[in-house]
Design a protein around this ligand. Structure first.
Ligand SMILES: O=P(O)(O)OC[C@H]1O[C@](O)(COP(=O)(O)O)[C@@H](O)[C@@H]1O
Ligand SMILES: [Mg+2]
Ligand SMILES: [Mg+2]
Length: 355
């Protein structure tokens, strides 16, 4: 049997596709791969190590930091520092941006924004968690890097990806030329190409949302949930409800099977819960590159202006037609503004909106 291509081999092979292909971005992806392997090692034996539970500290979001949040954060920052291709790291776990004293003496051109451990509420219960990264190039290569370089719109990303620490550990990434997935082969300690050119189905049957917040949802979201639960053979409804509570895991499933993930505004999260710079933007770049769609219910996530490092945004992301349908419900019920490209689009029957 042919040995699958390793991440390193695949990146080199694809390097010609990369803008400014001098190997820096390839090396940066390699460094992220190294940090992911170290985090994976700890996640896998978390129950045996003193790495479960709280770190007795609170991060800038006001969330209790988990020990694994802190460990993962340290691993990514140290791998990016020693790798030398990154000049600034912005992390969910750090209030301010971190300037890296890279061995390249500060000539590094790339900025990395990270959610070092995503799905923290699932760490102690052995449910899939992840890491998310977003990569930008300095706006002005010759000027010192700063906050403005981190707060670029999502559409300026040169690469993005996530790692899922699940039944197997995978790294899924894009450099703006499609989406590829590699799986960690523990026997050789290498990520190997397992999912080339990933595509999200245009239509899906899975909806992922924390229905525990239902009473606080906007009317449009409530109506979309009702739509998903209605019986209608023509459009293959009712849909399936799946919610893991780790954004990476919920999106990974939907990327493969088709589906929509929604984290809307709620009473507790008036501007949404998930963070634009290191959660929404990288996931939106990946899903769009896989043929899907990502908006805040109206505006394309990648076009949203970034004014604060830890800014939050509502997010509707996944299979193109499902996101468009959800957006239509977010619009007033009398106005169908966008046509989904489903041939048999059922005529909306207004008795459908009982409330
Ligand atoms: O428990 P809730 O409110 O449904 O929130 C779950 C969401 O929060 C998150 O855990 C937030 O990410 P972090 O764990 O990185 O803080 C997402 O992964 C997940 O989608
Ligand atoms: Mg997260
Ligand atoms: Mg996190």
């Amino acid at each position: 049997m042919n040995q699958a291509k390793t991440l390193g081999q695949f990146i080199i092979e694809k390097q010609a596709d990369l803008p400014y292909a001098k190997g820096e971005l390839s090396r940066l992806l390699r460094d992220i791969g190294i940090a992911a392997k170290i985090v994976n090692r700890e996640v896998n034996k978390a129950g045996l190590m003193d790495i479960l539970g709280h770190a007795n500290a609170v991060n800038i979001q006001g969330e209790e930091q988990q020990k694994l949040d802190v460990f993962a954060n340290e691993q990514f920052i140290s791998a990016l520092t020693s790798g030398g291709e990154c000049c600034i790291v912005a992390s969910e776990e750090n209030e301010d941006i971190i300037y890296l004293n890279s061995p390249s003496g500060g000539n590094a051109k790339y900025i990395v924004a990270i959610d070092p451990l995503d799905g923290s509420s699932n760490i102690d219960v052995n449910v899939a968690v992840g890491s998310i990264f977003s990569i930008y190039r300095k706006i002005d290569i010759n000027a010192p890097a700063g906050l403005a370089d981190v707060c670029q719109k999502g559409s300026a990303q040169v690469a993005a990806g996530y790692v899922i620490y699940g039944s197997s550990t995978m790294l899924v990434y894009t450099t703006g030329k499609g989406v590829n997935g590699v799986t960690l082969d523990p026997s050789i300690g290498e990520f190997c190409l397992s999912h080339p050119n990933m595509q999200i189905p245009v239509e899906g049957r899975i909806y992922s949302i924390n229905e525990g917040n239902y009473v606080h949802f906007p009317q449009g979201v409530k109506r979309f949930i009702k739509y998903c639960q209605e019986e209608d053979t023509a459009s293959d409804r009712p849909y399936i409800s799946r919610y893991i509570g780790s954004m990476v895991a919920d999106l990974h499933r939907n990327l493969i099977k088709g589906g929509i993930f929604i984290y809307p505004v709620t009473a507790n999260a008036p501007s949404g819960k998930l963070r634009l710079v290191y959660e929404c933007n990288p996931m939106a770049f990946i899903i769009e590159q896989a043929g899907g769609r990502a908006t805040d219910g109206k505006q394309r996530i990648l076009d949203i202006e970034v004014s604060q490092l830890h800014q939050r945004s509502p997010i509707f992301i996944g299979s193109k037609n499902m996101v468009i349908t959800a957006e239509n419900f977010m619009q007033s019920e009398n106005e169908l503004v966008k046509e989904v490209s489903i041939p048999e689009q059922p005529v909306l029957d207004y008795t459908y909106f009982p409330d």
